[in-house]
Design a protein around this ligand. Structure first.
Ligand code: URA
Length: 216
């Protein structure tokens, strides 16, 4: 418990430092740094791409239309935003919601690695291409790898990555939404397996086998 309290304080303190970040040019156009939100001791973390218009104004990730869908998907598996931690690859809004540039991603990486190190989630669901490629360290796109968990080591700790479609991509594409819902539905079992792996299955007692002795 003390360790959890420490981690939560450290995350808060680190968020305060990150709030003044000027590591890249996005510092000049953002309203504020959108560090992350949710439980600092979450077993499950979601990582998106970058804040949009509403996130930039409110300072909280995923509060726009994509965020509402994320909330609904979480509700569908019995979780709330307070049960998980949500962050982005890039913590400041790219102007006009353009894609984050490689140098912006690289500048922002230390913030994400620190968040992961402090939260120590068991499962990280990467939302879309940017988070999936960065955290897997591989160029494979989300269409190819969604729904397939993979083991990686981040900040010296093993963690399971679970790439899924970005909710924003699923908003207006029913087929993609269906796939996202299916991938999302696997999260509780996946998490259960990682957090509490099944104990060794005891061999049922069953009917007494005749012993060699009993046969005579
Ligand atoms: N899309 C993202 O990737 N992140 C947000 O915070 C909002 C929309």
């Amino acid at each position: 418990m003390a360790a959890a309290a420490d981690a939560s304080l450290s995350l808060l303190a680190y968020g305060d430092v990150a709030a003044g970040c000027t590591r890249c040019a996005l510092a000049a156009t953002r309203t504020q740094v959108v560090f992350g939100s949710g439980s600092p001791t979450a077993e499950l973390m979601f990582i998106g791409e970058a804040p949009g218009f509403h996130e930039d104004k409110q300072g909280v990730p995923f509060v726009g239309a994509a965020g509402k869908l994320l909330g609904k998907l979480l509700e569908g598996i019995g979780l709330t935003r307070e049960d998980v931690y949500v962050a982005n690859v890039v913590k400041c809004r790219p102007p006009g919601n353009r894609d984050p540039q490689p140098e912006e991603i690289e500048s922002c990486e230390p913030h994400l690695w620190k968040q992961i190190e402090l939260i120590q989630p068991a499962l990280i669901a990467t939302l879309g291409n940017f988070a999936t490629k960065l955290l897997s360290g591989k160029p494979n796109g989300i269409t190819q790898v969604h729904g397939r968990e993979q083991q990686v080591v981040l900040g010296g700790s093993p963690v399971t990555l679970y790439p899924i479609f970005h909710p924003a991509a699923a908003l207006y594409t029913p087929r993609m939404l269906q796939v996202l819902e299916e991938d999302f539905a696997r999260i509780p079992a996946l998490l259960g397996r990682i957090v509490a792996p099944p104990a060794a299955v005891p061999v049922p007692a069953g009917p007494q086998q005749p012993t060699q002795l009993g046969l005579f």
